[in-house]
Write a protein that binds this ligand. Sequence first.
Ligand code: S3P
Length: 181
Amino acid sequence: MTESYELTRPVFFVGFMGAGKTSVARRLARVCHVASVDMDTYLERREGKKVKEIFAESGEEGFRVLETDVLAELAAKEPLLVSCGGGVVTREENRAILARAGFVVHLKVSADEAAGRISDTSTRPLFQDLEAARARCGERAPLYEGVADATVDTAGKSVFAIAREVQDVLVEEGVLCQQRK
Ligand code: S3P
């Protein structure tokens, strides 16, 4: 008998760059046999361009327009685990979609800890300088908290441990339901 789960609502992972949103969503998807998607990867495939290129060609605003479009698209699909880009909470419109459409998990991380986890900052146009990242992380903190249905502090924890914690929360909240097959 395999343990299989079903999502009753989409789950959106939010948090600053380097929080582990993509790795945790992937790990949880593997353990629970549910689908996951990374918003940036989805957007890059859809647009045929890297995030870095979109920022260079159309600026942050151009990227944000596409990001909102992709968020709305993913929110309308069959429930998935969605790892969002760190800046998704900066737009009011996006916060409304998140609040309306699903269950939001905030993976909390400090800019300093995130800097240690990000191996290649060249792919992240908004994480070029630690001082600026600290300021940005501080500005966004209330936005992440405001939209979160649950917050998991990731400091010093492995992806496995964080995924396990998130799994317990989702089961408790009735978002992830176990099925016997
Ligand atoms: C951004 C975070 C990135 C990506 C883009 C902008 C941000 O995603 O969407 O570079 O504004 O915080 P990750 O959080 O997955 O790195």
